[in-house]
Design a protein around this ligand. Structure first.
Ligand SMILES: [Zn+2]
Length: 213
């Protein structure tokens, strides 16, 4: 709300300067340049920085799974869609849980492990889009993250990441965007022993995310 107030004040300032600058404008042709320079200060007001703040998700009790995104209040919801039909006549099933909303929110490594595959299809019609496979060889547990907007800069296959480290942002790539330009979500897979398993019962409940169903 503070940012909105600043913006409103800036708007008033800019309007005032336009009026002042417009006065000599009726006298000489050089007034155009004067108007531009007078307007510049209003344009230089810095963008709000609140959207870059990352908060750690709630702590993770033994046996549970860290909440994988930096959920924002009122923008995050989860329905019970693990195992849902996919493909013609249910030729395959949905092997993950979709965590919806939160466009651009940070995505966390839910365990300390190794990035073993990077998905880079940036289209909106097929497959995983941008994503990672994260693997912990000590427990033989794999996590997959699909439809990300961006990968965190500097990470590559083979890197070890720490639990809570930012590995990307929530996006709409791959099949996520096939039917809509607003279907931003993280497709999140949990595979102990590489068997697709519903992560929802083990997922730490985030106070900013609503669980339906
Ligand atoms: Zn999904």
């Amino acid at each position: 709300m503070i940012t909105a107030s600043l913006g409103a004040v800036a708007g008033v300032v800019a309007t005032t300067k336009i009026v002042e600058a417009a006065l000599p404008g009726s006298i000489g042709g050089a007034a155009g340049a004067l108007q531009n320079s007078e307007l510049e200060p209003a344009d230089r007001i810095p963008a709000p920085t609140t959207t870059t703040t990352t908060t750690m998700p709630p702590p993770v009790p033994d046996g549970q799974i860290m909440f994988p995104i930096d959920a924002r209040e009122g923008e995050c919801w989860i329905s019970d869609n693990f195992g849902d039909c996919r493909g013609t006549n249910c030729s395959r099933s949905h092997e993950g849980l979709d965590i919806s909303g939160n466009r651009g929110a940070d995505i966390f490594a839910v365990i300390t492990g190794r990035l073993t595959k990077k998905y880079t299809d940036s289209g909106k019609t097929y497959g995983a889009g941008h994503g990672w496979t994260l693997y912990d060889e000590t427990t033989d547990v794999t996590f997959k993250y699909f439809h990300m907007g961006t990968h965190a800069a500097g990470l590559q296959v083979g890197d070890t990441v720490q639990q809570g480290q930012v590995i990307g942002t929530v996006g709409n790539t791959g099949t996520s965007g096939a039917n809509s330009d607003t279907n931003y979500h993280l497709h999140f897979e949990y595979r102990p022993g590489y068997v697709p398993t519903d992560p929802r019962p083990l997922l730490v409940r985030h106070p900013n995310c609503t669980f339906y169903g």
